[in-house]
Design a protein around this ligand. Sequence first.
Ligand SMILES: O=C(O)/C=C/C(=O)CC(=O)CC(=O)O
Ligand code: CA
Ligand code: MG
Length: 392
Amino acid sequence: MTAPTWIDDPAFAADKPFGPQTLPYGVVAEGVAVRVGDKALPLAPIAESFTEDLRPLLRAATLDPLLAEGRQVWSRLRARLRELVTAATAPDGAVLTSIDTARLPFTVGDYVDFYSSRHHAENVGRIFRPNAEALLPNWTHLPVGYHGRAGTVYASGTDIRRPHGQRAGESGPVFGPSVKLDIEAEIGFVCGGPVAGRVSTSAAPDHVFGVVTANDWSARDIQAWEYVPLGPFLGKSFATSIGAWITPLEAFSAARVPTEAPGPLLHYLVEDQHWGLDIAIEVEWNGAVVSRPPFSTMAYSFAQQLAHMTVNGATVRPGDLFASGTVSGPDRHQRGSFLELSWNGGEPVEVGEDKRAFLEDGDTVRITATAPGPDGSVIGLSEVVGTVVAAD
Ligand SMILES: O=C(O)/C=C/C(=O)CC(=O)CC(=O)O
Ligand SMILES: [Ca+2]
Ligand SMILES: [Mg+2]
């Protein structure tokens, strides 16, 4: 048992996702905050409890200035926060407020989406390209990805409007609201630190501030018609949702595992330490748990993804976001998209009393995740939730 702290909340415990071992950052109505249990602790009112150089970061309107710092500052801030939230008495000026006003906490720079789950890639290959090899030859040699749309990255809680687009019809394309609206359960990585190109796998953790849950909403009918040869475009650019609280990468020290090695890798993708993460994801559809994708089964780590993304000299900047790719495990109940769970609609999924293939208007999807923390504690990733609203 840990000694009682001034934060008297049963959700603020080592065996709960948002205890003192997690301390994710977000932005609420009162400004930059850290999540403690089911409350927000705004940091501006307690800025005097930190060294002078940290105070402007805590008084800022967003996490942008904090992201622009580097690992040493992130570590110092986290260590001091940890002291303050585990103390017996509250720091001067401390108030606990609602987490319900949490919004997108940083300015999203470039957004990249990878494709690093072998099980997902094989499933989608079989569904979309039944007459070809499930995996293309490059897949085992590099983390396949594409540049997505930063301007349509939304915070958890944002409604998702069903997109319009073209899809294949009996005799040529038809236009209208997507009839195959889907999710992709993913883990997102929020970049920070100095602008850099050619980031090595060993330097990658210096450029990743923290980790979020992500739902990369996808219109499968639009995607299937448009994607050859240039890849995902309008079928995915209408919305990507992320959790509103960023769990610092440092919190994952006890969750590191080897990735499921894809194949012989070129030198710049070889890791000198394992950066796979043992994150357990849960997908709820209208309140019913329909899948539990294991992030530990990914083939490429965030360090390999970042190394690949910058190996040509392209730079990574604070606020850039990259997502892992849909997380699917080997078992049916571990698939991270409804495309896979329902096998393109042919095998409807039980959602409580209902059967579903793709999303209907009014459906709500909630993705949560946890990881093992130090000394048997639990690290939480904040939920990403969204409700589908009818096409306009
Ligand atoms: O294999 C394809 O043609 C398409 C795959 C996807 O839709 C997956 C994607 O967007 C990347 C991912 O999230 O894994
Ligand atoms: Ca995706
Ligand atoms: Mg998307």
